[in-house]
Design a protein around this ligand. Structure first.
Ligand code: ADP
Length: 448
């Protein structure tokens, strides 16, 4: 049995048939029990009457029963038989053969007996009297059988109508149910081809919630898929960037060393060339060590220790004093603050922000570090960053002015490293800037 709709049809039909049969059976049993009770209620009072015990002849018995015939046949037709010494002598039945029964046998043996099982073909009662007389009353259950026949016919009609209705109902239900399931199947097939399409949810039942879960699963897979695609794109970009960054110093080294090998140059020029080669090698070493730092950051566990932000800032400012003095830049550290974070990563972030502030400040500029609980901001009144560039400054190898940055020794990795560190500590870095006016980077530790 393949189709769900067929299964539903069969189930509904089975329910309808079972219910109707069960109700019919209960009705028939109740009718039969009532019929038997009715017999007892009618016949027994007549035979237990005081007048019956005084009957001593067949004629008296016949008279008594004839007088009571209306009462006897009140609800159903009953025949009486009067036996004398085991032979039928009088009867209300017009001919026919009397069926043998256990009740009659007991009566003939002088015992009072009544039918006690509702499954018996007839209901009867035997009452032995004086002088070998026996009154035997029989109900052939004709009225009951007629009733049962009528009821069965009615039930058969109800069954036919019920089956018709059930077929219609099951057709509607299965159509609605399988419509959602078909959509689900269609969605799953498309998903297997990498096409994510939301399924329209029409019902609030289990199939509806299955569709909802399916949709959620679809968007989750799509998100993961997009993230993977993005990661793949940025990995490719990263490899291209690294290659490009290393290619420039390598080209310089190659051309200078070739010149040194192939041309006769004086010792001054030789020294100049070697200095260039040396500084390009330093540059490459710097790039590689920064890249290693980023990859280590991605794996390293982050500590959560109590750190004094003011002390960290003043210590870093001291180490940069020489560079700042060269450009006549004044560094000020304000405020105070303590937080729980990773000491090394905090030092890396602030060092990178402060180095940039000094690096990108003009001669005689100002750098102000403001410390608060859970945040450190580094402000400078240097060259500033263009609005367009602001969106990209945290990307690896991004530099607003490649030529100038190369001159200042920038690799475009400092802010990327700072951001990785902040993320690892559950912190953020915000940036605000106006070109040629100011730049403010802020490290904010979110609640942890
Ligand atoms: P770099 O090693 O080139 O300094 P960073 O990742 O530290 O790399 O910075 C990326 C770019 O953001 C820099 O090249 C520079 O153009 C810009 N930048 C960073 N800090 C500042 C600042 N304080 N003022 C102006 N420009 C800045």
């Amino acid at each position: 049995m393949k189709k769900i709709s067929t299964k539903i049809n069969i189930s509904i039909l089975a329910v309808v048939i079972t219910v109707l049969t069960f109700v019919g059976a209960i009705l028939i049993v109740n009718m039969t029990v009532d019929y038997h009770r009715d017999f007892e209620k009618t016949v027994l009072p007549l035979l237990e009457d005081g007048a019956v015990s005084q009957i001593d002849s067949v004629d008296k018995a016949k008279n008594y029963l004839d007088n009571k015939s209306q009462q006897l046949c009140n609800t159903s037709v009953k025949d009486y038989y009067i036996f004398l010494n085991g032979n039928i002598v009088k009867s209300s039945a017009s001919g026919g053969i009397i069926e043998k029964s256990a009740v009659l046998n007991k009566g003939l043996l002088g015992e009072f007996a009544v039918t006690d099982s509702i499954t018996d073909k007839i209901i009867c009662c035997a009452k032995p009297l004086e002088n070998g007389i026996l009154i035997y009353i029989v109900d052939t259950k004709r009225e009951l059988l007629d009733g049962i026949y009528e009821i069965s016919f009615l039930f058969l009609q109800a069954l036919i109508i019920g089956i018709g209705l059930a077929l219609l109902l099951s057709f509607i239900i299965s159509k609605r149910l399988t419509a959602s399931l078909k959509k689900l199947e269609y969605g799953a097939k498309r998903m297997s081809k990498g096409e994510f399409e939301k399924i329209e949810i029409k019902t609030a039942d289990e199939v509806g919630s299955l569709c909802r879960v399916f949709n959620e699963m679809g968007s989750q897979i799509q998100d993961d898929f997009n993230t993977l695609k993005q990661a793949e794109t940025s990995r490719k970009e990263f490899v291209a960037n690294v290659s490009h960054e290393l290619k420039t110093p390598l080209t310089v080294i190659k051309s200078y060393s070739q010149t040194l090998c192939n041309t006769q140059v004086d010792s001054d020029t030789q020294k100049k060339f070697l200095t260039v080669i040396d500084s390009e090698v330093d540059r490459m070493t710097d790039i590689v060590s920064q890249l290693l730092k980023i990859s280590r950051l991605e794996q390293k566990i982050t500590a959560n220790e109590k750190i004094d932000l003011f002390k960290i800032c003043t210590d870093i400012a001291d180490t940069l004093k020489f560079e700042a003095d060269k450009k006549g830049i004044e560094i000020t550290v304000n405020g105070k603050g303590e937080t729980k974070a990773d000491f090394d990563k905090t030092v890396t972030v602030i060092t990178n922000l402060l180095t940039n502030a000094v690096k990108y400040s003009k001669q005689g500029g100002r750098v102000i570090i403001s410390v608060k609980d859970n945040s450190v901001s580094v402000w400078d009144n240097g060259i500033g960053i263009d609005k367009e560039d602001l969106k990209h400054v945290f990307e690896r190898f991004y530099r607003t002015d490649k030529a100038r940055s190369r001159q200042t020794g920038g690799s475009g990795l400092g802010l990327a490293i700072a951001l990785e560190c902040a993320k690892a500590m559950n912190a953020r870095i915000t940036v605000q800037s106006e070109i040629n006016e100011y730049t403010k980077f802020e490290l904010i530790y979110d609640e942890h």
